[in-house]
Write a new protein. Structure first.
Length: 56
């Protein structure tokens, strides 16, 4: 499922990034570009970070 349409980033990519050490929306933005354009995905991206952490 796409979380960030502007950058074409999926929930799976976010999960992988979190498992590899991305710990915040800022990290995700730096690594993947998530939330670097319209910003609409920020809330969903935070949710994904939270659930990925929970399963790590
Ligand atoms: Fe992620 Fe627009 S959907 S920046």
């Amino acid at each position: 499922m796409y979380v960030c349409l502007c950058k074409g980033i999926t929930d799976g990519q976010i999960r992988d990034a979190v498992h590899q050490g991305c710990d915040s929306l800022r990290d995700l933005r730096r690594e993947l570009g998530v939330a670097s354009q319209c910003g609409k995905c920020a809330r969903q991206a935070r949710e994904e970070i939270r659930s990925a952490r929970a399963e790590a």
